[in-house]
Design a protein around this ligand. Structure first.
Ligand code: ADP
Ligand code: MG
Length: 693
C-alpha cells in the first residue's frame, strides 16, 4: 500500500490548476501522467535572467531583463512589417518588436503608461536596443515568477515551455517533505542535501551548474533511483534465498562417466565455475547464479555437469533456450552425450504437439524424464514436473527479474542457473542482475584459432564471391549474414532472398537460406542440412545470432556490418572459430561510415575479447543496446544516467546491502523511509515481498 505522504505525488497531472484534458493528453507523449512524473522531468537547460540592467547600460546582445514603462504603440504599417512598442526607463528607450502578433493581444499585455518587467533576447538596430518577442512580460505583482535562473524543459510539440514551467512550479508546491532514506554518512561524505531540496534546486536553480548531471543535486536524485533499484534487486534476491533449497551433493558417478566420454579436459575456467555451482547446489539455500562466458567458452558442458548432479539426487532438469533451433541443438547435443550414459533427455518446444506432447508431459509428471530441453513452452501451466531440481536458462538476457521469479515457482526448491554469452560490463551487471550470483568464464578451450577479421567495402562483392569458390573447394562451410533492416521485416526478407538468388546462381544447390519468417520446422531442416548435409553456404538473417554451433564453419561474411551493434557483431562472429581450423570474418560495409561505425569496425578488427568489446559497445551505443532491444532485464532509469552516474551504482548497492543486513524487513525509521522510496519509484510489488517475508 502506497503511504499517504506520497498521495500528492501520485495525483494525476490534470488535478493541477489550468491543466485540462488536452494538455494532459499532450503531456502523455513525454510520459508525464502524474505529479511525480513532472517532477522527474528534469530541465535540460537554464536561462540566466539575473542580468537586470538599466536600459542605457545594455551594450551587448544577449538576454536581458528590464523594468520599463510603456510609452507608445506603433502598429504594423503594412503586411510583413513588425508591430513596435516603445518603452523606457529613466535612462533610455527600448523597442519591443512583434512579428505577426494580434494587436489586441499586445495592447492587453503592454498597456500604455504602465510598468512591466520584460525579459528576452536584446539586439541592436541602428544602434538602438530592441527586444523581439520577449519571453516574459510580467506585471509588478508577478515578478516573483522570474527568479533569476529559468529552467527550460524538453517539450512535446503541442505543449509550450511556459505550460511545463507552470506545471512544475505547481508540482513543486505539492512536494511533501519525505523522511531521509539515504545513509547519513553517505550524505555527509557526498555533501548532499535532502530529496526535496535537491528537486527544488534543479527546477529552480540558483547557479547555472545546478542542473548539470554532475551537480550534487542531480547526483543525489540519481542516487535515489539507483538505490531504489538496488533495494529491489536485493529484496527479490533475499526472497529467493529465504525459501529453503535442497542440499544436492555431488555423488560423482554420472559426472565421472560423462567426463570420461569427453575428448578433452575441462579448462581451469570451467573447473572453477563448476566448483562454485557445486557449492551452491550443496548448500541449503537456493542457487541463483549467472554464468557468463564468451561464445564458445564451453558453458554447455558446465550446464550438463550441473544437470547430472541434479539427476543423481533424483530430480529433474529443465533446460530452456530462447529459440527452437537452439533448443533442438542443445537437445541433440545432450541426447547424444548424456543419453549414452543412461540419462533420459527429451525435447518440448512449440512444435511438439498432440500425442507427442502429451507423452512428454506424462513422463515429466511421472519423473521418467531426467532432462527436458525446450523453449518458453516449458513454462506453460500444464507442464508439471515430478521434482524440478534445476532450471537452466540459456541466453537469459531476454528475461527480467519478474520472469526469473515466476520460473523458480515451477518447482519448490529449484536451483536456477542462467547462462549468457553476452559479456556484461560490471556496472550494467550490478544494475540489471544484482539479484544473481555471478560466475565468469574468461578463458577459452585450448586449440582455438584466432579469427582473422577484415573489413571490405560492399563494392568488392565480386572478389568476395571469387574467394568463396576457393574456400568451398577445401570443404569449408560458410555463413553469409544479410543486412539488418530495422524498419521493415519485408525489406529484410527481400535482401536475404536477393542475396540467396545471386549466390545460388553462382554456387547452385550448395547454398541455402534461413530467416525469421520461416516456420520452425523449415528452419530446423535447413540447419540440419548445413550441419550434416550438402549445404555449405548458409544465407541468413540474424536468426543464427545466438548459440548455433557448427565447428566446420570457418567463414563468416556480414553484409552492411555498419548497421549492427558491436555485441551483435561479436555474437555473429562467434559462430565461426569453433573448430580446430583457422577462421575468417569479413565485415562488408557501405561507405561513408559514421564515426561510430568506424570505431565499431575497428574494435572488431582489433579484438575478439567479448568483455572488452562489450565495454566499447556501452561507450558507443548505450546500455540498452548491449543487451539488445528486446531485452527486459535492464531497468529504465527516469533520472539517472547510466554512464554519467555509473560511480553511484556501486555506492547504492553497498548502501542497500548494509541497510537490508541491519533491517531486512525495513521496519526501522530509515527502513520505513526506504519503503517510501520504493513506493515513490513504483516498486510496490517488491514492498509486498518484505511484508509477506
Ligand atoms: P558456449 O555454449 O559457451 O558458446 P559450448 O559449450 O557450445 O560453448 O562449447 C563450444 C565448443 O567447445 C563445443 O564444441 C564443445 O564441445 C567444446 N568444448 C567445451 N569445453 C571444452 C574444453 N574444455 N576443451 C575443448 N573443447 C571444449
Ligand atoms: Mg552454448
Amino acid at each position: 500500500m502506497r503511504p499517504e505522504v506520497l498521495f500528492p505525488l501520485f495525483a494525476p497531472i490534470q488535478s493541477l490548476p489550468k491543466v485540462g484534458p488536452k494538455t494532459a493528453k499532450a503531456l502523455e507523449k513525454i510520459s508525464i501522467y502524474k505529479v511525480a512524473d513532472a517532477l522527474f522531468h528534469l530541465p535540460y537547460n537554464v536561462i540566466d535572467r539575473r542580468y537586470r540592467p538599466k536600459v542605457s547600460e545594455i551594450k551587448n546582445e544577449g538576454i536581458a531583463t528590464v523594468m520599463v514603462r510603456i510609452v507608445e504603440h506603433i502598429p504594423s504599417q503594412r503586411r510583413g512589417m513588425p508591430y513596435r512598442v516603445i518603452a523606457e526607463d529613466e535612462t533610455g528607450q527600448i523597442e519591443i518588436v512583434f512579428f505577426q502578433a494580434r494587436p489586441d493581444y499586445i495592447l492587453g499585455k503592454l498597456p500604455t503608461g504602465e510598468e512591466r518587467l520584460i525579459s528576452g533576447e536584446v539586439g541592436f538596430f541602428q544602434n538602438k536596443p530592441q527586444m523581439t518577442h520577449p519571453e516574459h512580460i510580467l506585471r509588478l505583482e508577478e515578478t516573483y515568477k522570474l527568479n533569476g535562473l529559468e529552467a527550460r524543459y524538453g517539450l512535446t510539440a503541442s505543449v509550450h515551455q511556459k505550460t511545463i514551467q507552470n506545471i512544475v512550479y505547481h508540482c513543486l508546491k505539492r512536494v511533501p517533505s519525505l523522511p531521509e532514506w539515504v545513509d547519513e554518512t553517505v550524505l555527509k561524505r557526498q555533501g548532499w542535501c535532502g530529496w526535496q531540496e535537491a528537486l527544488t534546486r534543479i527546477h529552480q536553480p540558483e547557479e547555472l551548474s545546478d542542473i548539470d548531471q554532475e551537480s550534487k543535486y542531480y547526483q543525489r536524485l540519481a542516487y535515489d533511483e539507483f538505490f531504489a533499484n538496488q533495494l529491489t534487486l536485493q529484496i527479490v534476491r533475499a526472497s529467493y534465498k529465504k525459501t529453503p533449497g535442497k542440499e544436492r551433493a555431488v555423488k560423482g558417478t554420472l559426472r565421472n562417466k560423462y567426463l570420461n566420454t569427453l575428448p578433452f579436459d575441462l579448462t581451469n575456467a570451467q573447473q572453477n565455475v563448476l566448483a562454485e555451482i557445486d557449492e551452491d547446489m550443496a548448500s541449503s539455500s537456493k542457487m541463483i547464479r549467472l554464468l557468463q562466458g564468451d561464445v564458445g567458452s564451453g558453458k554447455t558442458v558446465v550446464a550438463a555437469l550441473a544437470a547430472l548432479t541434479t539427476i543423481e539426487n533424483h530430480e529433474q532438469v529443465a533446460f530452456m533456450s530462447p529459440t527452437s533451433i537452439l533448443a533442438t541443438q542443445h537437445f541433440n547435443e545432450l541426447y547424444e552425450s548424456l543419453g549414452a550414459i543412461g540419462v533420459r533427455v527429451e525435447i518440448l518446444t512449440g512444435k511438439e504437439k498432440g500425442k507427442k506432447r502429451e507423452k512428454v508431459l506424462e513422463e515429466l509428471k511421472a519423473g521418467d524424464i531426467d532432462i527436458v530441453v525446450g523453449t518458453h513452452a516449458l513454462f506453460q501451466d500444464d507442464v508439471v514436473f515430478k521434482a524440478l531440481g534445476l532450471a537452466i536458462i540459456d541466453e537469459q538476457h531476454r528475461f527480467g527479474v519478474e520472469q526469473r521469479l515466476k520460473l523458480s515457482a515451477k518447482g519448490e526448491m529449484t536451483d536456477i542457473l542462467v547462462m549468457t554469452a553476452t559479456p556484461i560490463p560490471r556496472t550494467l551487471l550490478m544494475s540489471a542482475y544484482g539479484d544473481l550470483d555471478v560466475s565468469r568464464m574468461t578463458e577459452k578451450p585450448p586449440g582455438r584459432q584466432k579469427i582473422e577479421t577484415r573489413t571490405i567495402p560492399t563494392g568488392k562483392i565480386a572478389d568476395v564471391v571469387a574467394g568463396l569458390k576457393r574456400a568451398l573447394e577445401k570443404g569449408t562451410k560458410i555463413y553469409w549474414i544479410c543486412p539488418l533492416v530495422e524498419e521493415s521485416e519485408e525489406l529484410e526478407l527481400m535482401s536475404v532472398e536477393e542475396r540467396f538468388n545471386l549466390l545460388q546462381k553462382v554456387f547452385g544447390e550448395t547454398v541455402d537460406l534461413i530467416h525469421g519468417k520461416m516456420k520452425e520446422r523449415e528452419k530446423d531442416n535447413v540447419m540440419e542440412r548445413f550441419i550434416n548435409g550438402d549445404v555449405n553456404i548458409l544465407v541468413a538473417t540474424t536468426v543464427i545470432e545466438v548459440g548455433v554451433n557448427v565447428p566446420e564453419a570457418t567463414i563468416m561474411i556480414i553484409e552492411h556490418a555498419e548497421r549492427f551493434g558491436l555485441a551483435q557483431l561479436h555474437q555473429l562472429r562467434g559462430r565461426v572459430g569453433r573448430g580446430s581450423e583457422a577462421s575468417n570474418c569479413l565485415l562488408m560495409y557501405k561507405a561513408p561510415l559514421s564515426e561510430t561505425a568506424t570505431a565499431r569496425l575497428k574494435t572488431m578488427r582489433e579484438s575478439d575479447d567479448g568483455f572488452y568489446i562489450s565495454e566499447q559497445d556501452m561507450k558507443l551505443r548505450g546500455a540498452g543496446e548491449v543487451l539488445g532491444k528486446r531485452q527486459s532485464g535492464l531497468p529504465e532509469y527516469k533520472i539517472a544516467d547510466f554512464y554519467e552516474h555509473a560511480d553511484l551504482i556501486g555506492m547504492a548497492r553497498d548502501d542497500a546491502r548494509l541497510l537490508l543486513e541491519k533491517d531486512p524487513r525495513l521496519i526501522s525509521e530509515r527502513g520505513k523511509a526506504a519503503q517510501t522510496l520504493l513506493h515513490l519509484f513504483e516498486k510496490d510489488q517488491v514492498v509486498s515481498y518484505i511484508e509477506s517475508g
